[in-house]
Design a protein around this ligand. Structure first.
Ligand code: ADP
Ligand code: MG
Length: 225
């Protein structure tokens, strides 16, 4: 079974997602660069009616997948069809279909859902064929149905990810034409405990830091995020 899959609603609960993340679980105070009104407004799902895309950009751990999944869940709960997977999963699924002589069928299947969530653009390199297949799918969905994408890389690096500057800029041109770009510039939520630990350790640090006062006091190093 392809890892790029449709999200099902089973007794009110979305299934086949890696984790369940909702807007209610999201701590906006941790990410002050985010405009709460923009995220709330996306959750009213008007962007789906207007066939607009949403692109979450930002470094690892800032909540891109969390917010993208929460939009996917809201969409599935509204009774609409949603597909989810990483870009690597999606490309594998298209390549497998091509090998099996079923590419046009697979492209059709993935063109029609109201929402496609393509997670993790930029973590793994893409083959030229993979890039072309993704481009074909995005061209078909352009002005037809919404796609949510997440990436840890800015648009200026997409040429490198896809190994083709011309194709990447044509792709960005289509994706960004009717699009909400959510740029998250903050700290990783995954590392927050380490930051908290560091802050607490700094508070307990004695005023004098001469070599004598440090003798005999060994504390565990906390990795810097
Ligand atoms: P990204 O996709 O940007 O790398 P994730 O969305 O996977 O990051 O977030 C990493 C983890 O931290 C997830 O478990 C997510 O639910 C959690 N998380 C991130 N940001 C927040 C936040 N502001 N409030 C609550 N949980 C968060
Ligand atoms: Mg992610």
């Amino acid at each position: 079974m392809s890892l790029f899959r449709s999200v099902r609603e089973t007794r009110g609960k979305p299934s086949r997602l890696p984790t369940v993340k909702t807007l209610a679980d999201f701590d906006f105070s941790f990410q002050p660069s985010l405009k709460r009104e923009q995220i709330d407004s996306l959750h009213t799902l008007g962007f789906l009616e207007r066939q607009e895309n949403v692109i979450f950009l930002g470094p690892p751990g800032v909540g891109k997948t969390h917010l993208a999944i929460s939009l996917a869940i809201a969409t599935a709960q509204s009774g609409r069809r949603v597909y989810y997977g990483t870009l690597a999963d999606l490309i594998t699924s298209l390549e497998e279909a091509q090998t099996a002589g079923r590419l046009s069928h697979r492209l059709k299947t993935l063109t029609h859902p109201t929402l496609l969530l393509v997670d993790e653009i930029g973590y793994l390199p893409i083959t030229p064929t993979g890039g072309m297949l993704f481009f074909q799918l995005m061209s078909r969905r352009y002005e037809h149905a919404s796609t949510i994408l997440t990436s840890n890389k800015g648009f200026e690096d997409w040429g490198e990810i896809f190994g083709d500057d011309v194709m990447a800029s044509a792709l960005i041109d289509r994706l960004a034409h009717h699009c909400h770009i959510v740029n998250i510039r903050g700290n990783s939520y995954r590392m927050r405990q380490h930051r908290e630990l560091q802050r607490l350790l700094a508070q307990t640090e004695p005023a004098s830091t001469t070599p004598t006062s440090r003798r005999g006091r060994r504390r565990k190093e906390v990795p810097t995020p």
